[in-house]
Design a protein around this ligand. Structure first.
Ligand code: NAD
Length: 381
């Protein structure tokens, strides 16, 4: 069978779902690989490098969608792309099915199968295909780099002939995959890093990365997210108030605040209020990684960078992985290649879409003319 990757059609998307390296691995599984001309150029992969890796370069998107049996891409398909699906084709991409129900139903009607990379179950066996995590890791790293780029001082403290420089203080709110990556990056640059999460079980991880976990003066236990499969749930009003009081206390001291707090299927919780921004020092920076879902900071403007009257820079970009397209394409293409490995048990270039496999079933949102979302809960944890 043939697996093909088109050029991403969303404006400003620099990533590509197949790299020359991943193509070599896909060929070992027995597949022929196709790429639309220029699909990798924004990520640093020229047509010539693909050709050298045995990939056929196809001139148009229409030709690629027609020739490929399997289409691997990054962003959810556009209407035009869904129209290009035909009976028996397999599409693998991010899809966010709950937000794209019509596209999903249209794809199913066409008789195509769809694997949504954002639906890969977050169980140990599937970590190698967990594109949400690989992209969140990049976003967390890049958030710190972006903060540094907008911050007029060093992260690390220094004693120089020209004077003593204090270390920057960084607060990371939300210590999931992106938050932990941000903590690791900030501490490695020498900042004094603090982190908070509603899930107290992450305190140990935070501390093992050299940051200080911020505990609340709260009588009841911090809420335990374990009941919701490792994700957070909505905080009680008392807990939320204690959290805001603590942040209010920290705001004047922090140079950089990176917010990553999310609750599944909800708008991002508002955790950094206007008065906290106003209490920060001029030159401080907030990077709001929750901007896509409404933002954790009240003043965040999605996809923009603003500077407040008191000189605080607030960054609400939602495309951090795309801003590191070479790295994110490499990791995403590897996630896809691992998915293809599981779909090709005989390494014969033929897809075996095994709906009894927890991971494949969990990620499949359309198959055999049916919408197959939402999936049943996975059997193996
Ligand atoms: P996420 O993006 O849904 O949320 C980011 C973080 O925000 C979470 O840690 C959450 O607890 C936190 N948060 C929510 N509300 C908050 C608030 N009011 N204040 C402060 N923090 C708040 O999370 P994620 O990065 O996708 O990770 C979610 C879970 O999934 C974690 O437990 C993670 O370890 C787990 N996970 C497991 C696997 C696996 O394969 N086993 C892979 C990836 C993630």
């Amino acid at each position: 069978m043939k697996i093909g990757t088109p050029k991403e059609t969303s404006e400003g998307e620099n990533r590509v779902a197949m790299t020359p390296d991943s193509a070599l691995q896909l060929q070992k599984l027995g597949y022929d690989c196709l790429i639309e001309t220029g699909a990798g150029s924004a990520a640093g992969f020229s047509d010539a490098v693909y050709e050298a890796a045995g990939v056929k370069v196809v001139k148009t998107a229409a030709a690629l969608w027609k020739e490929a049996d399997i289409i691997a891409k990054v962003r959810p398909p556009s209407d035009t792309e869904v129209k290009r699906l035909t009976e028996g084709k397999l599409l693998i991409s991010f899809f966010y099915p709950a937000q794209n129900e019509k596209l999903m139903a249209d794809a199913a009607k066409k008789g195509a199968s769809v694997i949504a990379m954002d639906m890969v179950p977050r169980i140990s066996r599937a970590q190698k295909m967990d594109a949400l995590s690989s992209m969140a890791n990049i976003a967390g790293y890049r958030a710190v780099i972006e903060a540094g780029n907008n911050f007029g001082r060093f992260f690390t403290g220094q004693v120089t002939a020209a004077g003593k420089v204090p270390p920057a203080k960084v607060l990371v709110v939300g210590a999931g995959v992106a938050g932990l990556a941000a903590i690791g990056t900030a501490t490695s640059l020498g900042a004094i890093t603090y982190a908070f999460d509603v899930r107290p079980e992450v305190a140990e991880q935070v501390e093992s990365m050299g940051a200080e976990f911020v505990f609340l003066d709260f009588e009841e236990e911090q809420q335990d997210g374990a009941a919701t499969g490792g994700y957070a749930s909505v905080s009680s009003p008392e807990f939320a108030a204690a959290q805001l009081a603590k942040f209010r206390e920290l705001a004047p001291e922090m140079d950089i605040v990176i917010t990553t707090a999310l609750i599944p299927n909800r708008e991002a919780p508002e955790l950094w209020t206007k008065d906290m921004v106003e209490a920060m020092k001029p030159g401080s920076v907030i990077i709001d990684l929750a901007a896509e879902r409404g933002g954790n900071c009240k003043l965040t403007v999605k996809d923009e960078k603003i500077v407040t009257d008191n000189g605080v820079t607030i960054v609400g970009y939602t495309d951090f992985p795309s801003r590191m397209a070479a790295q994110s394409s490499t990791l995403y293409a590897t996630n896809i290649r691992h998915m293809m490995t599981d779909l090709t048990p005989d390494k014969d270039g033929q897809v075996n879409h095994n709906m009894d496999d927890d991971v494949i079933r969990g990620a499949t949102i359309a198959h055999a003319n049916e919408v197959t979302f939402p999936p049943p809960p996975p059997k193996v944890q």
